[in-house]
Design a protein around this ligand. Sequence first.
Ligand code: 13P
Length: 252
Amino acid sequence: MRRKIVAGNWKMNGSKDLSEELVGYVRSEAESLDNGVEVVVIPPAIYVGDVLKQAQGQISVGVQNVGQWQSGAYTGEISSEMVRDAGCRYALVGHSERRQLFGETDEAVAIKASLVVSSGLSAIVCVGETLEERESGRAESVVSSQVRSGLSLIKQDDWHSIVVAYEPVWAIGTGKTATSSDAQSMHATIRGVLKSMGAPAEEISLLYGGSVKADNAAALFAEPDIDGGLIGGASLVAKDFISICRYFPAGA
Ligand code: 13P
């Protein structure tokens, strides 16, 4: 059975107050979700402690990035061991903003993903094409190659800790979203690539991200290869985030 996940990536937004209000509300509403969705909150690292307190173990908490090393003289970095030690369950790896703004390479993504899973966390590894890549007909080859290289260091025993998030770059924060059938088609491609790598592809959760809102979530989540969402803007509004979690079909 694949995990059904709705994860909120706050990016560089939020505050101590928001951590308290939003996570308190989401936790109390999450108790009444009867569709088996795992709710994950991914705040800026500085607020992880506050969010963990509010989450009370009932919703999962993650970080947006980890370092490429486990300890040492790397000022400003946080290791995946530390993230697990602090009480988180998830780490995002290779978000397109990290790739584009901070020069994160496929090689760095591969190292981080393998450190995250070997530390006992789940890695949400992000892939996605730019508008130019889509318009020139290269979306599938770009995404397939990101999946192959980003997951090239995963050991057979660690695949159960891998989640892949397909986030087309042109859909992030733009209000444009992939149609549910385009998203489904890319998810099926990703599952095919995972299979060709020897991964237990049918058991790996694939999330869609990019302008997911309460009004498009139901159609996306109804697709057979979309196992949840990675939500940016709408995850900062407690009611919107919880409505998205509710749109997951029960028993899917
Ligand atoms: P938006 O939902 O704001 O488009 O962001 C998506 C995203 O990048 C989540 O990681």
